[in-house]
Structure formats: structure tokens, C-alpha cells
Design a protein around this ligand. Structure first.
Ligand code: NAP
Ligand code: ZN
Ligand code: ZN
Length: 349
């Protein structure tokens, strides 16, 4: 298959810094859209993956799954996009398209879903490479349309941080009168607050960081609870219908389960791995409470969110960086020193 070489930023080993490299992109096939990437958000998953935190990374890795750009070229069978359109690509670039999940617009749960990076690229028989690059070529079925009225850097994080929190908010039917809590004020957390507030919920932030209280309220939270303060935690016992937990590392879920209402659900979206300490089932049984997980969102649901953001003027609060600062950005993200998402200006590449 014909390819072209493009500039990208990635790494060859878990302990190595990201640096400039060249990668191949396929020439557009009939259904493909080639996109000039303008902005790419920096997700904590990029860092986990580049450093092999989940033990499944194959190198080299070019991260990035919050991609916004314009259409540069289209295949002869492309129906929905034309050159110059403002488009986006999120965490998925393909799936089997015929399993029960695909038929229900739940491509993220397809056994054959292909991640934007670190997936299997059937065209080139290699790993897929993400958005820390000049261009990307994606089947039009996995390309999204971006509302023209929104800031182009600010919309990028909606493609992962946004949809990952939107999908559980919608699945658990959050709306007017719902009581929602968000654990952790980072990229996912700040989008969860904005989106739950826009859906009409009463929103509380659980944070380790008292200095984030004013920001949380400005983002739309009605209340802030410092999770390390037992008295504050007790004051919200039995309160929440839904909790979205975005913390990236192992932590005790039991204090949060105690704050769920009868029938309430704690949705883990951040941490991937065994719980430590274990869950105590007593409060779950006594209150018909659930602990659940959720993965990003499907293509139709991501488009629904982009349109919702367009209508409600919602974007992410971003710090735009040059690609050359990506390694520093990862270190700052580890210290929760970002308000509240880094987005790379790809012109710098
Ligand atoms: P982030 O911007 O780094 O935010 C994480 C937040 O968690 C921090 O701001 C911090 O908020 C809180 N936190 C609590 N304990 C922490 C600790 N020990 N170290 C660091 N932060 C801690 O990360 P993100 O991009 O929002 O991603 C969050 C997690 O979601 C990552 O693990 C990522 O891989 C995962 N993720 C999952 C999906 C999915 O589909 N399920 C999709 C995207 C990302 P406070 O200071 O307020 O406590
Ligand atoms: Zn992500
Ligand atoms: Zn499928």
C-alpha cells in the first residue's frame, strides 16, 4: 500500500522522553479522510501508554487521541466530508462494525475496536499512531464534525475527557434534580463538572486539593468536599445518585460508596487495575448501591456531545503548549499542575 512519511512525536521505550520521529500514513483509500492536525489534547492515558503503565504497550508509540483539524484530502467514496471541513478524531479509528455492540453504536465495547494509537493498523500491519503528528488518515465512519462556533484548541479534549464523562452521565440518566459527584479535578474531572452542570444536576467535587475549590465552583460545581477530611466526607453520606471517579491510580473506593444514595452508582473511569483496599460489600447490599466502570463513548454519542457543546458553548479549559514541551507537560500532569488540560498546537511540530 502507498504511504507518505509525516513528522510525529513519540517514544521507543517506557523510560525514554518523547522526541521527533517520522511515521508512515497510508494514502487515502476510497472511504478515508486525510486530516491536517491543528490541535491535539494531552490525556493522562497518553502518559500511561507511553510509559507502559498498563503493561501492554508496543513501541514505538505516538500518543494523542483528542484530535482537531481540517480535511486535506478525501477518498472517492467519502460522502460526508469535503476538503476544508473542520473535523475531529477521538479514541477510536475502527471496529468490526457488525457485532452487537457496533450495531448499538457502542463501538468502544467491540472486541475488535481499534484505538487511535496502540491499536492494530490492518492497512499497514503495524501499530496505529495517534495525534501527536502532522496528519492522520481515518475512515470517514470514525471522523466527527466539529461545531464552527467553538475554540478549536478548547474543543479537542471533548474527544476523550469529554466523552468519557458524558457517556456515563447519559447512561445513568443524569438530568435536572440529579445529585452528581466528581472525584478528582483534572482533565476528565473538569469536563465532568461542566457537563453534569449543563445537564441540570447538582454537582459536588471531591478533591485532595483545597486550592482547587474556587476553580471548581467557577467550572459549575455547587459544592466541594476535601476527600482527606473525614468530617467533610461524613457530611455528604448517602447523598449522590452518580459519582464519576477520575483518579488515575489505586485508591480506596469505600469512603465514596458511603456517599452514594440508595440505588446510587459509583462509575470508575480513571483507574485501571485491581482495587486496593478491596470493596466492602455491606454498604452496597444495604443500599442497593453499584460500583461500575465505563470506557470512552461510541461515535454517535461523541457526535451528540460535540453538538451539545456547540449548543451550550462548552469547551475545555486548556493550556496550549508546543510539542517540544510535551515531556515537561507529562511531569506537570503527574503533579496535577495543569488547568485543566494541555493541548498541543501542532504548528510547532
Ligand atoms: P489528570 O488530568 O491527571 O487528572 C487526574 C486527577 O485525579 C488529578 O487532577 C487529581 O485531582 C486526582 N488525583 C487523585 N489522586 C491522584 C494521584 N495519586 N495522582 C494524580 N492525580 C490524582 O488525568 P485525566 O486525563 O483526567 O485522566 C484520569 C484517568 O482517566 C487516567 O488514569 C486516564 O488514563 C483515565 N482515562 C480513562 C478513560 C476511560 O475511557 N475510562 C478515558 C480517558 C482517560 P485532585 O487534585 O482534584 O484530587
Ligand atoms: Zn484519553
Ligand atoms: Zn464490533
Amino acid at each position: 500500500m502507498k504511504t507518505s512519511t509525516v513528522k510525529a512525536y513519540g517514544t521507543h521505550a517506557p523510560e525514554a522522553d518523547l522526541k521527533q520521529m517520522n511515521i508512515d500514513r497510508r494514502e487515502v483509500t476510497s472511504k478515508d479522510v486525510e486530516i491536517d492536525i491543528h490541535y491535539c489534547g494531552v490525556c493522562h492515558s497518553d502518559l500511561h501508554f507511553a510509559r507502559n503503565d498498563w503493561g501492554m504497550t508496543q513501541y514505538p508509540v505516538v500518543p494523542g487521541h483528542e484530535i482537531v483539524g481540517t480535511v486535506k484530502r478525501v477518498g472517492d467514496g467519502v460522502r460526508n466530508y469535503k476538503i476544508g471541513d473542520l473535523v475531529a478524531v477521538g479514541c477510536l479509528v475502527d471496529s468490526c462494525r457488525h457485532c452487537e455492540n457496533c450495531k448499538k453504536d457502542l463501538e468502544q465495547y467491540c472486541p475488535e475496536w481499534v484505538g487511535t494509537y496502540g491499536g492494530y493498523d490492518k492497512h499497514l500491519d503495524t501499530n496505529t499512531h495517534g495525534g501527536y503528528s502532522e496528519t492522520i488518515v481515518v475512515d470517514e465512519a470514525f471522523v466527527l464534525r466539529v461545531p464552527e462556533n467553538l475554540d478549536k484548541a478548547g474543543i479537542a479534549p471533548v474527544l476523550c475527557a469529554g466523552i468519557t464523562t458524558w457517556s456515563p452521565l447519559r447512561h445513568w440518566k443524569v438530568g435536572k434534580g440529579s445529585t452528581v459527584a466528581v472525584v478528582g479535578l483534572g482533565g476528565l474531572g473538569h469536563m465532568a463538572i461542566k457537563l453534569a452542570a449543563a445537564l441540570g444536576a447538582h454537582v459536588t467535587l471531591f478533591s485532595r486539593s483545597p486550592d482547587k475549590s474556587d476553580d471548581a465552583k467557577a467550572l459549575g460545581a455547587d459544592a466541594v468536599v476535601i476527600s482527606t477530611d473525614e468530617a467533610q466526607m461524613e457530611s455528604v453520606a448517602g447523598t449522590f445518585d452518580v459519582i464519576i471517579d477520575t483518579v488515575p491510580y489505586a485508591h480506596d473506593l469505600n469512603p465514596y460508596v458511603a456517599t452514594l444514595n440508595t440505588n446510587g452508582t459509583l462509575v470508575v473511569v480513571g483507574y485501571l487495575g485491581p482495587l486496593d483496599p478491596m470493596l466492602v460489600t455491606v454498604p452496597m447490599i444495604m443500599g442497593r448501591k453499584s460500583v461500575a466502570g465505563s470506557l470512552i463513548g461510541g461515535i454517535a454519542e461523541t457526535q451528540e456531545l460535540l453538538d451539545f457543546c456547540g449548543e451550550h458553548n462548552i469547551t475545555s479549559d486548556v493550556e496550549v503548549i508546543k510539542i517540544q514541551d510535551i515531556n515537561k507537560a507529562y511531569e506537570r500532569m503527574l503533579k496535577s499542575d495543569v488547568k485543566y488540560r494541555f493541548v498541543i498546537d501542532m504548528k510547532s511540530l
